[in-house]
Design a protein around this ligand. Structure first.
Ligand code: URA
Length: 199
């Protein structure tokens, strides 16, 4: 797909989400003057990072991973030699759930189709899912099974036959805030991601 065509299609998604009154999170967004967080980065990226849902900082700015977890993500990317501007970053859920609670099934129902369309438009060759929630959604979508424990799948490469697509689930960057062990796992995971990208 031509890059400008991609940009046009992604803009359509953005406009649809902005006016998504049927979302269970729409009233919370507007009451708090929050922004939806659609995603940002290179529309022609090889690597797409998928998180869970925006937190407070993200909802206040409309940018994914710009708060505390984002700082950790930036450090992981920098350390692995991956330029944030070369990749595309988004979440499964595009609006902030109250008190950062886990997204509900009806929220996934509303937002997942937008993520599916973003993947179709950007056509990444590598999807990295951050945390249990995004990992389970993506692995199930591509037929690898369901209800994985993130500690069992962290850093594994899932190859989707017939598609030029690999998926690597890793811990959510926020999991490393109080755990040096998780931080080490994440550093190892991102170095692996970087090697794959440079192959
Ligand atoms: N956590 C996420 O999963 N996504 C964000 O955008 C920020 C924090």
């Amino acid at each position: 797909m031509r890059v400008s065509k991609k940009t046009e299609k992604l803009k359509r998604i953005k406009n649809e989400i902005i006016s998504l009154e049927e979302s269970p999170l729409y009233a919370y967004r507007t009451k708090n003057n929050y922004f939806p967080v659609i995603g940002e980065g290179n529309h022609d990226a090889d690597l797409m990072l998928i998180g869970e849902a925006p937190g407070k900082n993200e909802a206040e700015t409309g940018r994914p991973f710009c708060g505390r977890a984002g700082k950790i993500l930036d450090e992981l990317l920098r350390n692995a030699g991956i330029d944030r501007e070369d990749i595309y970053i988004t979440n499964v859920i595009k609006d902030r759930p109250p008190k950062n609670r886990d997204p509900l099934p009806e929220e996934i129902d509303v937002y997942a189709s937008f993520l599916d369309r973003q993947i179709e438009i950007i056509e990444p060759s590598l999807i990295v899912t951050l945390g249990r929630f995004a990992s389970n959604y993506i692995l199930q979508k591509y037929g690898f099974g369901e209800k994985f424990a993130i500690s069992k799948i962290n850093g594994k490469i899932y190859k989707k036959e017939g598609l030029n697509l690999k998926i690597i689930p890793v811990f959510h960057p926020a999991a490393s805030i109080y755990s040096p062990e998780r931080k080490k796992d994440l550093v190892t995971g991102f170095n692996k991601i970087s090697r794959l990208l440079n192959k």
